[in-house]
Design a protein around this ligand. Structure first.
Ligand SMILES: Cc1ncc(COP(=O)(O)O)c(C=O)c1O
Length: 381
């Protein structure tokens, strides 16, 4: 019997090392990692620049508390907010923590309590983030939830308008719902959100924990939508495998997060910040982002060419691609693993492809070959 709690349905695969897109198990079997640790290992496994950054920092300083000024956090914050309308950052350790900070900031700034979120959304497992999440299965057994989250159908302007009252502090959304099945906000809905927020003084929070840091081919996914978020949350790909989260906000919000209002012991840890700075310096290069888009195009075109559109719906942006198979994909995910390709489910029916942003065209071809041969032949597991 395992000494661990049973809260994950873990696969019996013991991964011991990785390089680029390839990971290896204890028996020497290699896999193409098209999960990248669920959108985390943005520069691939053991990227030399990250290895060097962590080695150098580990010889200088591992931890310093947020009682002291941090020039390194300042530099990372400046890089994240450069050429955006955001002006300030707060660093923490995970996506859920970044969302907790966003929820607190929105409530404190507006002195209102309702946060509107959307069906099928996912914002994390802590109490506020769980209450924000629009999926009942995530909340089962943990009730009662915090009362001031309202879940509204996604991409439904009328339902959103009907949910607005004088107590709404913020509208919070994922630009592309990742865990919920790869559903993007429509341009029309983005513009309705922007109009409502502007006219009613409601804050817009985008949760870019999964979509941020180049995943969709731009630095942040909201840049492709017309949304004008007041607050954005990041984690996953920001640390390239080292835990870090961030909340970015506009200048208007600065005074609402004064000394003592929020904090964390480990947030903005020097090792995490050194790695994150290395990640963003690579990913935010124009050429790098262009390559993400062209690789995305290659991946989705190849899938669309091979998989019949009446059976499979290919969705997503950048290197966050979903194949909606319109049936439970668990057996396909297992078969892919057998064949040396790691993929992850989004909801029940969608295979989610999230390779490292450094994936090569050749690896994309290999992955597409494995997937299409599985999806186009009868199930054998
Ligand atoms: C959109 C989104 N928000 C928040 C989270 C929670 O992040 P973490 O697991 O780092 O707390 C996730 C994790 O999958 C996510 O996809």
């Amino acid at each position: 019997m395992s000494s661990l709690f049973n809260n994950y349905a873990r696969r019996p695969v013991h991964l011991v090392k990785g390089k680029g897109t390839v990971v290896e198990d204890e028996n020497g079997k290699q896999y193409l990692d098209f999960t990248s640790g669920i959108a985390v290992v943005s520069l691939g496994h053991a990227h030399p620049a990250i290895v060097k950054a962590i080695q150098l920092q580990s010889e200088k300083l591992w931890h310093v508390s947020n009682l002291f000024e941090s020039p390194e956090q300042e530099k990372l914050a400046a890089t994240l907010t450069k050429d955006t309308h955001f002006s300030h950052s707060f660093f923490c350790n995970s996506g859920a923590e970044a969302n907790e900070a966003a929820i607190k900031l929105a409530r404190k700034h507006t002195s209102k309590s309702t946060i509107i979120t959307f069906s099928q959304s996912f914002h994390g497992r802590t109490f506020g983030a769980m209450a924000a999440t629009g999926q009942d299965k995530i909340k089962q057994g943990f009730g009662p939830m915090l009362a001031t989250f309202k879940t509204v159908p996604f991409n439904d302007p009328e339902a959103l308008e009907a949910a607005i009252d004088n107590d709404v502090a913020a509208i919070m959304l994922e630009v592309i719902q990742g865990e919920g099945g790869i559903h993007a906000v429509t341009p029309e809905f983005a513009s309705v959100i922007t109009d409502i927020c502007k006219s009613k003084g409601i804050l817009c929070i985008v949760d870019e924990v999964q979509t941020g840091i180049g995943r969709t081919g731009t630095r942040y996914a909201y840049e492709q939508t017309g949304l004008q978020p007041d607050i954005m949350t990041l984690a996953k790909g920001l640390g390239g495998g080292f835990p870090i989260g961030a909340m970015l906000g506009t200048a208007d919000l600065f005074d609402s997060f004064g000394p003592g209002s929020h904090g964390t012991t480990f947030g903005g840890n020097p090792l995490a910040v050194a790695v994150a700075k290395t990640v963003v310096d690579h990913v935010f290069e124009e050429e790098f982002l262009k390559e993400v888009s062209s690789k995305s195009e290659a991946l989705s075109q190849k899938l669309k060419k091979t998989l019949p559109s009446d059976k499979f719906d290919i969705r997503g942006e950048g290197l966050l691609i979903g194949i909606d198979c319109k049936e439970d994909v668990t057996p396909y995910v297992r078969q892919a693993e057998e064949a040396g390709l790691l993929v992850v489910q989004a909801g029940t029916d969608v295979i989610r492809l999230l390779p490292p942003l450094t994936v090569t065209e050749q690896e994309i071809d290999q992955a597409v070959d494995i997937l299409t041969s599985i999806l186009l032949s009868p199930i054998t597991i």
